[in-house]
Design a protein around this ligand. Structure first.
Ligand code: URA
Length: 253
């Protein structure tokens, strides 16, 4: 069998996304926005959908929210060039309206393939549409910044950077949460098999978020879409090593 490199799989996936006509957003987009970043990134950021600037340039988070996201990534001790950035939707909804359920479903397989390909140690969701994949019954104000372990990787729900542009008080919340990513990433690097410290505060009165991680299978996006690769045993190249990482991070269960 011929081995296909990550780069080739990514190129093929991006080509499929750029040509996608699975939903009506194909009629109004200028450019689809597959995502960008190194295919071996430890951290993947997942936003909502391209906005006006992203639609024009074909790149994620290049407008005002993107500028703030770059600052936040620096607060986490990371460089933008070393993380992977993509969105739930690959095409801009007209007028930046909220994504529709059918659009999210039509795009879901692309995000599945990106997660399989990059296989990050940590996924940071930005905003409620991205969060809903892993925390379907939760509200961001209750759980922001608190990681949940899913299939050997940590999922961290964060406010969307654009929220702080409209609501100034969220700016410091986002900065603090992104600073917390340093410890979360250290924990993920050390391996996630350690017993988690008990949650400092539980989401009282709310049912626990589902722990099954992989979203329900979505329809095949296109006949020419590359097949999903076999799931890796341990994300990020092996998180199953003996744990020695920070124990104080409350995991959201
Ligand atoms: N907001 C998003 O959710 N994604 C982008 O790419 C830009 C703005």
């Amino acid at each position: 069998m011929i081995a296909v490199s990550k780069e080739e799989r990514a190129r093929e996936l991006y080509d499929v996304i750029r040509a996608c006509r699975m939903c009506a957003l194909a009629e109004t987009r200028t450019h689809a926005v597959p995502g960008e970043g190194p295919l071996d990134a430890e951290v993947m950021f997942i936003g909502e959908a391209p906005g006006l600037n992203e639609d024009r340039q074909g790149r994620p988070f290049v407008g005002a929210a993107g500028q703030f996201l770059s600052e936040l990534i620096a607060e986490a001790g990371l460089r933008r060039e070393e993380v992977y950035i993509c969105n739930v939707l690959k095409c801009r909804p007209p007028g930046n309206r909220d994504p529709l359920p059918g659009e999210i479903e039509a795009c879901a397989e692309y995000l599945d393939l990106q997660i399989d390909l990059v296989d990050p140690l940590v996924i940071v969701t930005l905003g409620r549409f991205s969060m809903a994949r892993w925390f379907p019954q939760q509200t961001i104000s209750r759980i922001h910044g608190r990681p949940k372990e899913v299939d050997g990787r940590l999922i961290v729900p964060m406010y969307h950077p654009a929220a702080a542009l409209h609501q100034g008080a969220l700016r410091q919340v986002l900065i603090d949460d992104f600073r917390g990513l340093r410890d979360i990433l250290a924990r993920a690097r050390a391996g996630l098999t350690a017993p988690a410290a008990p949650a400092a505060e539980t989401a009282a009165g709310e049912p626990p978020a589902a722990t099954s991680s992989k979203p329900s299978p979505a329809p095949q996006p296109a006949a020419s879409a590359p097949p999903s690769p076999a799931p890796a045993a341990a994300p990020g190249g092996g998180a199953g090593a003996a744990p020695a990482g920070p124990q104080q991070i409350p995991l959201f269960e």
